[in-house]
Ligand binder design. Sequence first.
Ligand SMILES: C[S@@+](CC[C@H](N)C(=O)[O-])C[C@H]1O[C@@H](n2cnc3c(N)ncnc32)[C@H](O)[C@@H]1O
Length: 267
Amino acid sequence: MSQRVSGYQRQADDEYETPAWVAHALVPYLPAGCRHFWDPANGPASKIARALRQKGLKVTATGDDFLGRAILPRLDIDGILTNPPYGPNGRLACAFIAHALELVPIVAMLLRVDFDSGKTRLPLFGDCSSFSSKIVLLDRIVWFERPGAAGPSDNHAWYIWDGRHSGPPTIKYARRATSPPLLGWGTWWRPDKFTNLSGCTRSMSQRALDRGENKPSPWTGDGCCFGSDEAKKRRLILWLKRRLRLLSDLYLAGRLWASRTAKAMAS
Ligand SMILES: C[S@@+](CC[C@H](N)C(=O)[O-])C[C@H]1O[C@@H](n2cnc3c(N)ncnc32)[C@H](O)[C@@H]1O
C-alpha cells in the first residue's frame, strides 16, 4: 500500500485519542451478548470509554501497565477493547493482542488496515481460529485537528476476536455515522446535502473542497464539484427524476393491486 507523509508527528507513548465516531462504528459489530468491556490503554484523555458508555455499554478503563496485569479488573468483564499503543514495529500492539486473548475470549483492537499483513503476525490473525472479523473504516481518522494540514493518510480497521467463532474471518465495512449513505434513501430528502451526481460522498468531496481541490470522482471521472451552482442544479434534477420514478412505481403498483383485488372479488 502506498503511503505518504501525513505531517503528523508520532506521539510519545502513542498518545492518540480515538474520536467518538470510531468507537461508535464498532458497536453494531460487537459479538452478541457482550455488555461490559475493558479498555486497558486508557490514556489521560481517552475517549473510547466515554463514547461506548454513550451507546449503553459498560466500560471499565485502566491506565496502568496492561501487560503486567494477570487478572481482570472486574469479574463480569466480557471483552477487552482498545486502541493499543504500537511500539517499535508494532510489537507492543501485538503483545497487547496476545495478552488480551489470554485473558478473555472477546477482543477488539483498533489498528492500521494492513496490520494483519505481516507474516510474523499470522498467529494473531490468519492462523488464529478466534480471529472473527475485520471492520474496515471507510472514513479516515483525524487524530489531531490542525487547520490547513493535509488530511490523514492512514486507513484503520477494528479487528475482532471471538472465542465462539468458527471458520475464516469475515471482512465488513463501516462508515462514520454522520456520513451520508451512497445514493441510498438518505439522498431522497436532502439531495443538496448528500450525494452529488458522480457518487462522491459529502465527506470526500467536502474535504476536497476544503483543500481547494476539485477532484475527479473515482467512480465516473466526472468533476467532483460538490458546492458549485451547476452541481447543485444537477443534483436537484436527479433528485426530482428519482422522485418521479418512485411515484410512477407506486402508481403502477397501486393499479396492479387494484386490478388483482377486482379480479379476486369478481371470482
Ligand atoms: C493510541 S493511545 C489510545 C488511548 C485511548 N485508549 C484512546 O483510544 O483514546 C494508546 C495508549 O496506550 C497507553 N499505553 C502505552 N503503553 C501501555 C501499557 N503498557 N499499558 C497500558 N497502556 C499503555 C498510552 O499511554 C496511550 O494512552
